[in-house]
Unconditional design. Structure first.
Length: 310
């Protein structure tokens, strides 16, 4: 995401913004930040600023293995965010601005999509950045509000599947660490990196395999979850926090979100229990803690392209 995708011309983006949102774009600045999407700051002929996101459907494996299914999944996710803000009255949800046709996301050629978001001139954080206890508590309260809005979006929201979609590709890659990978220029560096951390990866897989059946037998309620409410997706504007990046939103056990905000003190979990009256499933918490780092490794076409298997 540090560079503009070679297959996408900015004139195509400008044309799409004009056709879809009636924006007369005066300028675009590429924002080389984030992971998983391409971002621009656009300003129109009135001087108003917009945050523009382009997604590569070939890199959205958790939304669908094919471009059409990935686009359908992305649209459902963005539609869910829009409903949460408009009908659920959750003003901390930074939802897409609908196009002239009422769409939250529009195709930009066969491979890419474009969406427009309000521009927030706030203080962004970064993934892994230390978060103070007061801010953690604020995020917990947002997650509780999100949970209460579940009935509003149950009909439109996607369902999170805990299974690892391309697990066999990761297993194959772990079994081929002693051979040369020929998928492309990054294949050998990827093999070296995975080899250096193979014990940690296999440990996470073992934890996942042990916990998934145990959690599945207990069932439990699914609520609307953001999916990645870590520091990198929280923005402060004045005294208020906002949650951004809603392409991972889905119905899931609440532990999917709680595992990203809970500290070793237990204070965040205690606050969640106090506000909801619902006990935390610690096995589910551990399951989602194991699953989250495995997710990027088991998204088609990541591993398969690295080691060149088909």
């Amino acid at each position: 995401m540090r560079t503009v995708p070679e297959v996408l011309a900015e004139r195509e983006l400008v044309h799409s913004l004009a056709a879809g949102w009636n924006l007369n774009v005066e300028g675009l600045d590429y924002i080389a930040e984030g992971f998983g999407s391409y971002h621009w700051l656009a300003w129109d002929d009135s001087g108003r600023r917009h945050f523009v996101t382009v997604d590569d459907l070939d890199q959205k494996g958790w939304l669908g293995a094919r471009r059409e299914t990935a686009f359908h999944g992305l649209r459902r996710a963005f539609d869910t965010a829009a409903v949460l803000r408009a009908q659920g009255h959750l003003d901390f949800v930074v939802a897409p601005v609908s196009s002239e046709d009422g769409d939250t996301v529009v195709r930009l050629g066969p491979r890419h999509t474009v969406a427009v978001f309000p521009y927030l001139d706030g203080e962004p954080a970064r993934f892994g950045q230390h978060v103070e206890p007061d801010q953690r508590a604020e995020v917990v309260r947002m997650l509780v509000e999100l949970r209460r809005a579940t009935p509003t979006v149950r009909a439109v929201a996607p369902q999170h599947h805990v299974e690892l979609s391309a697990r066999h590709d990761l297993d194959a890659a772990l079994g081929q660490l002693g051979t040369t990978w020929k998928g492309g220029p990054f294949s050998e560096p990827a093999r070296a990196l995975l080899g250096a951390h193979s014990d940690a990866v296999t440990g996470l897989l073992a934890s996942f395999d042990r916990l998934a059946p145990e959690v599945a037998t207990r069932g439990g309620d699914c609520v609307i979850t953001h999916g990645e409410p870590h520091a990198g997706n929280v923005m402060r504007l004045g005294e208020k926090l906002f949650l951004v990046d809603w392409d991972t939103v889905a119905l899931a056990p609440p532990e999917r979100d709680l595992c990203m905000i809970a500290s070793d003190t237990g204070d965040e979990l205690a606050l969640y229990v106090d506000l909801t009256g619902r006990a935390v499933d610690h096995a589910a918490l551990s399951l989602h803690r194991a699953r989250w780092p495995l997710g990027p490794l088991t998204r088609r076409p990541t591993i398969r392209n690295w080691h060149g298997s088909r």
